[in-house]
Design a protein around this ligand. Structure first.
Ligand code: SAM
Length: 205
């Protein structure tokens, strides 16, 4: 199968309503990530979902009592059109994550199943550290395609996507530390037979 870039493939997925399948399949890991990131959150916080798809995580977080601002950004115009159609009242931006900068820095940046599609994930991790997060803010990412999760290794072929980058848990943690994050932690959520679980990596600016 000839491979295409992720924006082309996920735009097609939006047309085919496969975004709802992602919402279903990713929701347990996202729940785990948000529970961790917000467990001690007692003050108002702002939020960005990087690679938001149809915006379901933005809508979920907006409902939390302490959230005063939430927005989503995704490179697929089709995904963003869908997000705005489902929820015209929220902020969704169509942009490439590697060049977009938010108008205001936020407390929490979340991203589920996105960073390994980028040509060099180190660049976005550094940009988020420099330009997206307030001091003391947190980045948390979830990844199902990684070295230890052998079941995922055929996804570039089965999904027909040309940019997917395979890194180990140790390498992802190293990217966070090299960008300047402290208190970097990583774990795997939802492991079962032949599935290592979602690799979750987080750190504080
Ligand atoms: C596997 S989907 C995950 C969507 C959403 N996070 C979810 O869990 O439902 C990956 C998303 O990343 C977006 N994406 C991939 N590369 C991107 C880039 N360079 N800039 C912005 N978005 C990108 C795709 O358009 C797609 O919506």
């Amino acid at each position: 199968m000839s491979k295409r870039n992720p924006i082309e493939v996920f735009s097609e997925w939006a047309d085919l309503d496969k975004d709802y399948g992602m919402e279903k399949n990713h929701s347990a890991s996202v729940e785990n990530m948000l529970d961790f990131a917000l467990k001690n959150q007692q003050t108002p916080f702002s939020f960005i979902d990087a690679g938001c798809g149809n915006g379901w995580v933005v809508r979920k977080v907006t409902e939390l009592p302490n959230c005063y601002a939430a927005l989503g950004v995704d490179g697929s115009e089709k995904m963003i059109q869908k997000a705005k159609k489902i929820d015209p009242s929220r902020a969704y931006y169509c942009a490439d994550l590697t060049s977009w900068t938010p108008e205001s820095k936020v407390d929490l940046v979340h991203s589920m199943e996105v960073f390994y599609y980028l040509n060099d994930p180190k660049i976005i991790i550094q940009r988020i550290f420099n330009d997206w997060l307030k001091a003391g803010g947190r980045l948390i990412v979830g990844l199902d395609f990684y070295l230890e999760n052998k079941t995922s290794h055929d996804w570039p072929e089965s999904c027909g996507i040309n940019t997917m980058k395979l890194f180990s848990q140790h390498e992802w943690v190293g990217f966070f530390k090299a960008a300047g994050f402290h208190s970097v932690e990583s774990w795997r959520h939802g492991a079962e037979k032949n599935w290592e679980g979602t690799l979750i990596v987080t750190g504080i600016k």
